[in-house]
Design a protein around this ligand. Structure first.
Ligand code: PBG
Length: 345
């Protein structure tokens, strides 16, 4: 029935009591309107799934990363095919080296049949279109767990000697089929040296995703568990503070980002992601290169732990964490949530 007289008077609740013409809530009034004005879009193509690789034939659970498994070579083809069918943007491979193969000089890193090289080959031959990012650092191979070689006195990581090994390692990874080598060591000058080594070997189409602003973060704990680079409890704790950035510093990260760009990096990465949203934004505003951010193992583990305690909703906090990283300016996000997020959406 037509209700007459309604236009003549306003009910109290409809009155513009504040005399407010500007009302931002109009753009949030329904899901459809919110979708029209959304500013940050995430798709599986933006996500890279980190993969832990192990010898043997059975997947191994990683206790501090629930839902994440170390995969044997025989499972890689099927798993990567699933990731590809979900539209995931790529994989980042990390080997768990048998402790018997670890040495102070990490020489297993240059073994032409090292586990990670076989894994890269397996993925490239079975799912050739899926981009592979391979980590270039010595921590999976050294008994001391550092990302490089120690100097003669054993008191410091020897920058230039480490860069020489990393350059050889990058060539092996690129020959095996890595699309991007990803130096995560934070040695000075490594991007330039790796670029030169790749080019000298005819590998000019292999890219470099540089861990440019990589902080000495406490959020890498579960990762070290996954790749077995944690030191024994009786050994002195690993301090990576002489090469990774101090979490208190912002300007210094810009210097690192600029250097890696000047040295020839194709993609600049910030790590960790959630604790460094300001740094991701700085990177985005100071380069025209793609910016990647690594939502690291501890960022994943803390959400899983809180959900286990019944304290947080995993899906909602996961989605919010990824939206925040992308809103900060990341083009590419490396995250242990990649597969699950792509499945759930
Ligand atoms: C090693 C490397 C680390 C991570 C990626 N590459 C650990 C470290 O620097 O100690 C951490 C990733 C994560 O925590 O998920 N070069």
């Amino acid at each position: 029935m037509l209700r007459l007289g309604r236009s003549c008077g306003k009910r109290f609740g409809e009155m513009n009591t504040l005399n407010l013409p500007v009302r931002p809530r109009r753009l949030r009034k329904s899901a459809a309107v919110r979708a029209l004005v959304v500013e940050t879009i995430l798709t599986p193509a933006h996500l890279v799934q980190p993969l832990f690789i192990v010898e043997g034939s059975e997947p191994e659970a990683v206790s501090s990363l629930p839902g994440i498994f170390r995969l044997p070579l025989c499972r890689l083809a099927a798993y990567c095919a699933q990731l590809e069918s979900l539209g995931i943007g790529g994989v980042a491979v990390f080997p768990k080296t048998d402790s018997a193969l670890k040495t102070a000089d990490g020489r297993e890193a240059l073994n032409p049949s090292a586990l990670v090289l076989r894994a890269i080959g397996e993925i490239k031959s079975s799912v050739p279109a899926l981009p592979i990012f391979s980590d270039i650092a010595l921590d999976p191979y050294t008994t001391h767990g550092h990302d490089g070689l120690l100097d003669a006195a054993g008191g410091d990581v020897d920058n230039d000697a480490t860069v020489a090994v990393l350059s050889e390692m990058a060539v092996l990874h690129a020959r095996a089929g890595a699309d991007f080598v990803a130096p995560s060591d934070m040695m000075d000058g490594r991007v330039k040296a790796i670029r030169a080594a790749l080019d000298a070997d005819g590998l000019s189409s292999t890219g470099i995703m540089a861990y440019s602003a990589k902080y000495a973060s406490a959020y890498y704990g579960p990762f070290r568990d996954a790749v077995g680079s944690t030191r024994a409890p009786d050994a002195p704790p690993i301090s990576k503070a002489t090469y990774q950035l101090n979490v208190a510093n912002r300007r210094e990260s810009l210097r690192e980002l600029r250097l890696d760009e000047a040295e020839g990096a194709d993609i600049l990465m910030v790590k960790p992601a959630g604790p460094c949203l300001d740094i991701i934004r700085d990177a985005r505003e100071n380069t025209t290169l793609p910016v990647a951010a690594y939502q690291v193992s501890g960022e994943y583990a803390q959400l899983l732990a809180a959900e286990k305690l019944g304290w947080l909703d995993l899906r909602a906090t996961r989605d919010e964490s990824l939206a925040a990283i992308r809103r900060a300016g990341a083009d590419i996000i490396l995250t242990y949530f990649a597969e699950a997020w792509a499945r759930d959406r």
